[in-house]
Design a protein around this ligand. Sequence first.
Ligand code: BES
Ligand code: ZN
Ligand code: ZN
Length: 484
Amino acid sequence: MVIRVKTTRRKVFEHEAPARVVAVLGGQLSEEGRWLDSQMDGALSKFLKKTRFSGEFGEHAIYATDEVEVVFFSLGKRRGHTLEQVRAAGVRLARLAARLNSRDVVVENFLADRFGKKEASYALAEGLFLGAYSFDKYKSNPARLRRNFVIAQGFGPAVDKARLVSEGVYLARDLVNEPPNVLTPVELARRAEALAAEAGLEVNVFGPEKIQELGMGAYWAVAKGSDNEPRFIELVYKPEEAAAGHLALVGKGLTFDTGGYSLKPTASMTTMKGDMAGAAAVIGAMKVIAALKPPVEVRAYVAAAENMISGHAYRVDDVLTAYNGKTIEVLNTDAEGRLTLADALAYASEKKPAALVELSTLTGSCVVALGRQIAGLFSEDEPLARELARAAEEAGEKVWQMPMEPAYKRLLKSEVADVKNVGSREGGAIQAALFLAEFASAPFVHLDIAGPAFAGNAEDNPNGPAGGTGFGVRTLVRWVERHA
Ligand code: BES
Ligand code: ZN
Ligand code: ZN
């Protein structure tokens, strides 16, 4: 759906639009709804009585005549609301709007009396944008819907910001949704370069020679099995006024993960085009950061590769030397993400960032632990972990902190090398995080987004359709903004 969102100072009943949306709280019309009702001689309250709203969040009904369509949207009970509900209402409204005949829709600024015009407008607009997303590039006959929303008594700059942030989420979703035959590592680098040119970021891209020359032996081992060349991507945002220090973001960028010789069964291999969702989140966040221009330098790194089988693919039993000199015994070629990340983290650490945040679709184990809507947060730096948890909470993305149990470190001890790339099956997500920490030498947070990054069906994505969710973009943007 092509969606526009604007604001007006007027109230819902004052704004001439063929479709209007009013809130229902505890089964009762909102104040805006009551104004509209009296303008319509009580038609709405009469209709609402008949529909018998139970007062549950998300319930809705449409009152339609030849002239108007009025959507009733239940925000649940009278009290105890959260901004997250306003966002969720926006998501649902964007989808509901497809069922309206009218293109122009005026919406009450939900719960503005409770949260203020600014915060309420932001949450509603963000929900509308996120919910309106679709990926139909490869459809011969895409549905070409257009909806123009106007938020009554809304705050314009908040809507503008929601639009910018959503554009970063859209970019991340698009990158994840692209099929792997199109979005190869080379293509991912091209898109990063296109973003850099458009948004005014610095960009550096390395190919196979440079990757080997730098000594990124773990990353190269994963990459060399594919005919699609790897690309190491660095994006840099510099604030107008030079600032001391910088923040670093790293994203896992496997454009496809077959598992390598530790081959995945077909059912696990489908959706593995989404194994670059960490990279997508980081690139999407950089787009937003370039637009918001916070006063802090941010560097993003992606070691893009494809995990394939061939005569030059890496094997189990191989021993690799990472960028920081540590040696790794390969026991499973499907634990490839941590190998590419080992080099990316060591490389990013070398520039001495004040903090290093990494996102990856790293383990099935984390999906087993936390399910499809919650990311695992791992850190040995408690204050930094709390910063990220808070940013995620404010952004409306669910994360849960997991332990970096030191006793499990011994599970990664190798007979022949410094570490091995897999330990035991139990606590797999924790071991993966402990492995990564061996290669990060700056204050470090790892987010395992294997669950929430990709939705197999729309039910798994609270903020949009099936496919890439863009998870992480909003958390990263919040965090960078707060840090600045
Ligand atoms: N890309 C996968 C992890 C994954 C699983 C992402 C499910 C999204 C959904 C990763 O490279 C992988 O295969 N991890 C292995 C690690 C194991 C071999 C230690 C896993 O989780 O099975
Ligand atoms: Zn894998
Ligand atoms: Zn993977």
